[in-house]
Design a protein around this ligand. Structure first.
Ligand code: ATP
Ligand code: MG
Length: 321
């Protein structure tokens, strides 16, 4: 089984990325042949500073390793190190109806948030399809926001196979964990790097606590019972605490007498503890950048070898040689 997923170096890794993609990726690296990449071509749809992009790539590579991805088990690489992906993206574009992209929520959401409506942002799902199809991936662990893009990927693979031969591309499946499908940000909307509503995995303790304290809640007075159904604090606490602790927080909401600050402090403690090992490992890796770069160089080599097989097969099928 070939497993593949990617994360954009478009900002600092946050707990939505962690639970939606990173944690499943760590678990799956023992279950099959895993390919995990840093999506730097994709990040260019939301950022335009070369120095920041390079810094973000390095930081995300450190995060991959600090979170437990193991280069002995998984191929870890930079998307742009295998430029055949842009060629496959072009080939897929030729079978991609405009309407398919026009329906994509992620594009519409990002435009609504004020991102530039450039062609790359619009065509993003086609490049993402190429990312997946170039490695004959079977399973793609992602957050729920990517469900529609995975459907586009499957559609495009099926169209290519219908037109050019059944065995041209492997049709992949999304793997979405229901309990962590969409992690809310501090404003209650989907946590996203490009929305500025994230809770990063690591950072200074004071600054992180301040962020957690900013999570949007309603203005129920301290002494009154508090709603539990759409509570961001409870939704986030569920990611870190066991069932009994979550139940207790729910009961304390219902009883009244506790302010939101009390619940946020509990959330902060659980969250901060959860990533202790990532912080420690991160510090180690920051002092060993040669190793990090070596991992990416080896990953690029392995990824290129796999991608070359697939792009050759596709080129032949579509009549490019
Ligand atoms: P951007 O705003 O630049 O799109 P992002 O925060 O959405 O960044 P991506 O790099 O696009 O992060 O996504 C990487 C992975 O993390 C994808 O699998 C995506 O589904 C998952 N992911 C992102 N945000 C969340 C979230 N809030 N909850 C669950 N999974 C998420
Ligand atoms: Mg995203």
């Amino acid at each position: 089984m070939r497993i593949l997923t990617g994360l954009q170096p478009s900002g600092t890794l946050h707990i939505g990325n962690y639970f939606g993609a990173m944690e499943p990726a760590v678990q799956l690296q023992d279950k099959g042949d895993a390919f995990y990449f840093l999506a730097d071509y994709h990040a260019m749809t939301s950022m335009s500073d070369a120095t920041t992009l390079r810094e973000n790539v390095q930081n995300l590579a450190i995060d991959f390793l600090a979170c437990g991805l193991d280069p002995e088990k998984a191929t870890i690489f930079r998307q742009s190190d295998v430029s055949a992906v842009t060629e496959l993206s072009w080939i897929l574009s030729t079978v991609c109806p405009m309407g398919l992209l026009e329906r994509c929520h992620s594009y519409k959401d990002k435009i609504a948030k004020g991102l530039d409506a450039n062609h790359a942002l619009f065509a993003y799902p086609v490049l993402m399809a190429a990312d997946i199809l170039l490695y004959d991936a079977n399973v793609v662990p992602v957050g729920k926001d990517q469900k529609q893009h995975l459907e586009v990927t499957r559609d495009l693979a099926i169209k290519i196979n219908d037109r050019f031969g059944e065995d041209t591309l492997v049709v992949p499946e999304a793997m979405i964990k229901e309990n962590t499908a969409i992690v809310p940000g501090i404003d209650g909307q989907k946590m996203s790097k490009s929305y500025g509503n994230t809770i990063p995995l690591v950072g200074g303790k004071k600054a992180l606590r301040k962020l957690i304290m900013k999570i949007v809640t309603d203005s129920t007075p301290v002494e009154d019972p508090k709603p539990t159904d759409n509570s961001n604090v409870i939704a986030l606490y569920k990611l870190f605490a066991d069932e009994a602790a979550v139940q207790q927080m729910i009961e304390e909401h219902q009883a009244g007498g506790f302010g939101y600050g009390h619940f946020k402090q509990q959330l902060f403690d659980a969250y901060y503890d959860h990533f202790e090992h990532v912080r420690t490992k991160r510090e180690e890796l920051e002092n060993n950048l040669d190793y990090v770069n070596e991992v990416l160089a080896k990953g690029a080599e392995k990824a290129t070898a796999e991608a070359t097989k697939v792009i050759d097969r596709v080129r032949k099928a579509v009549g490019l040689r």
